[in-house]
Structure formats: structure tokens, C-alpha cells
Write a protein that binds this ligand. Structure first.
Ligand SMILES: Nc1ncnc2c1ncn2[C@@H]1O[C@H](COP(=O)(O)OP(=O)(O)O)[C@@H](O)[C@H]1O
Ligand SMILES: [Mg+2]
Length: 281
């Protein structure tokens, strides 16, 4: 897969919408997992959220997705509050798609059907063979299948359209999961640890693919692989103990002493591609 293979989806819903996080706080017991976090992601901007293990990255992602409820603060997209939208279907309607850590494809559906399922918001896992009955009409089913095939082609996985996910290499499954998110025609794509489990070569492919999504949509990337976030992101937000300690270009983050201090030993190990202290799970 190369950047040149990624065709622009001609069906992005949002125009110039901004993800706005303002003064977000959430505590678990006595622990303040997020403390007055504010950040933005503009359409066309690839924003990375980084920070040491336990900094609050996943919590931030989960609040934006509606999996975790905030104690205070606001999250909105294009002026609509996300904190009042707790169903995946609501996110899709607002133009937001996400992939979760791991793969999360439906085991009983083929790759093609999985990608098609992304056009049906809020599907449950028990659809199995009932899948073909989901569409309002055979015309709609045909239209979605066409779009799914284009995405499979863009992602270089057309050859696997008829396979069940479990039969395929992990990297192919991850491409399918991304295609499934994109068929929902998002203007904002939320990615949680998309590089987990990928080889270096596969990660390079992923980087090219993510870059290919800009400027048509905003991307919020929660990721601990430094090579990937440094090469892909326009802007990085650094969390530490639930607080934003830096917000800027990869170059400014790289040379930010407070960021270096946040990672163990005050040392930035760029040769390993990781900042020391990163969550390598
Ligand atoms: N559901 C939860 N219950 C209790 N503590 C949690 C929960 N989720 C996260 N935490 C705590 O909140 C902090 C931030 O966690 P997390 O957002 O997962 O960090 P990161 O993704 O940056 O590693 C950590 O101290 C973690 O132990
Ligand atoms: Mg995490």
C-alpha cells in the first residue's frame, strides 16, 4: 500500500468542522485521570495525542467516543456536544468514525461484509448470517458494496474480500478495520493505537495511508510509536498525569524539555523510535 494508492473518498460529510475539547476532567476514585484538558483538532489536521503510560490518553479517547463519562468540561464537534451523544450511531451521524485498539472485526462476516457493515451505524455483533437482510433495498446494498470494494482496492486488500478475518494476517485485518471506519464517510477519524501489532514496514504503510487522508478529514491519533506520530502528525498534544503539558508541531515537541522530563530519566531515546517511558504494551 502506498500513499498514491489511496483515492480521496468523494463522500466526506463535514466541511471545516472542529473537534473542541474544553476543560475536560474525570476522576477514578481519588485519581484525576484528566485534569482540565483542552485541545482542538481541525478538519484536515492530523493531531497526535501522546504521553507516558497512564497519562490519560485512552481516557480522553474514550470520553470523546462516549465510552466514559466526564465529570466536567465540554467536547463538541462542529458545534454539537459529544457528551450528550453516547450511541455510536450518533457519532456516525456527526461525521465521526473510529477504530479501536486491536481489530474488532465481526468474526462471522467476510472482509467485504465487515467493510460494508461500517455503513450501518451501531451494528451489534450477533448479526452473522442476518447480515444480508440489513439493507433497506438491494439497491442500497449494491451501492454500499461498490463503495466497500473501492475502499478494499484503495487499501490493497481486494484479494481478501471473501475471507473471514480470522483467516488473515493481522495487518490485513487492521486495514479492513480502517476501511470499515472510512466507509462511514467521516470528516473526523479517531484512531486508538492503530500501529499496535504492526511491523515497521506495515507501520510505514499505515503512515502513508493516514497522511493520504489529510486534508479531507481530521484525524486524532492516540499512539505511542514515536516514529509514527512524529512523521505523520501536524500537531502533537502531550499529556502527563492527566494534564496537557505541551501542544505544538512535532519539532517543537521533540525539543521541549518539559516533554523530555515527563518521560523517564529526562532522556529521549530517538534511536529506538520511542520516548523512554512510553507505554509499549
Ligand atoms: N476505568 C478506570 N478505573 C480506574 N482507573 C482508571 C480507569 N481508566 C483509567 N484509569 C486510570 O487513569 C489513568 C489514565 O489512564 P489511561 O487513560 O489508560 O492512560 P494512557 O492511555 O495514557 O496510558 C491511569 O492512572 C489509569 O490507571
Ligand atoms: Mg492507553
Amino acid at each position: 500500500m502506498t500513499a498514491a494508492m489511496i483515492e480521496p473518498p468523494a463522500f466526506t460529510k463535514g466541511e471545516g468542522k472542529t473537534l473542541l475539547v474544553e476543560g475536560l476532567s474525570v476522576g477514578f476514585g481519588g485519581l484525576l485521570a484528566l485534569d482540565q484538558v483542552s485541545m482542538t483538532a481541525l478538519q484536515g489536521e492530523i493531531v497526535g495525542v501522546i504521553g507516558p503510560n497512564g497519562a490519560g490518553k485512552t481516557t480522553l479517547f474514550n470520553i470523546i467516543c462516549g465510552f466514559v463519562r466526564a465529570d466536567s468540561g465540554q467536547v463538541s464537534y462542529g458545534g454539537s456536544s459529544l457528551l450528550e451523544h453516547h450511541h455510536p450511531h450518533d457519532l456516525t451521524k456527526l461525521g465521526i468514525a473510529r477504530t479501536l485498539q486491536g481489530v474488532g472485526l465481526f468474526a462471522g462476516l467476510t472482509v467485504l461484509e465487515n467493510v460494508m457493515s461500517g455503513a450501518q451505524a451501531g451494528l451489534r455483533c450477533d448479526i452473522g448470517s442476518a447480515f444480508l437482510g440489513l439493507w433497506r433495498s438491494s439497491r442500497e446494498e449494491h451501492r454500499v458494496a461498490m463503495r466497500a470494494r473501492i475502499l478494499l482496492d484503495d487499501f490493497g486488500i481486494s484479494a481478501y474480500a471473501r475471507y473471514l478475518p480470522a483467516a488473515l494476517p493481522y495487518a490485513i485485518q487492521k486495514r479492513a478495520a480502517l476501511a470499515r471506519a472510512l466507509i462511514a464517510e467521516p470528516s473526523l477519524l479517531l484512531l486508538d493505537e492503530p500501529a499496535s501489532g504492526l511491523s515497521n514496514v506495515e507501520m510505514d504503510d499505515l503512515a502513508a495511508m493516514i497522511r493520504g487522508l489529510s486534508p479531507r478529514m481530521g484525524v486524532l491519533l492516540v499512539e505511542h510509536h514515536m516514529d509514527l506520530v512524529m512523521s505523520v502528525c501536524d500537531r502533537l498534544i502531550v499529556l502527563n498525569f492527566g494534564q496537557v503539558i505541551a501542544d505544538g508541531t512535532p519539532d517543537s515537541i521533540r525539543s521541549n524539555p518539559e516533554v523530555a522530563t515527563a518521560y523517564l530519566g529526562n532522556e529521549v531515546h530517538e534511536s529506538s523510535g520511542h520516548l523512554q517511558g512510553f507505554d509499549d504494551a
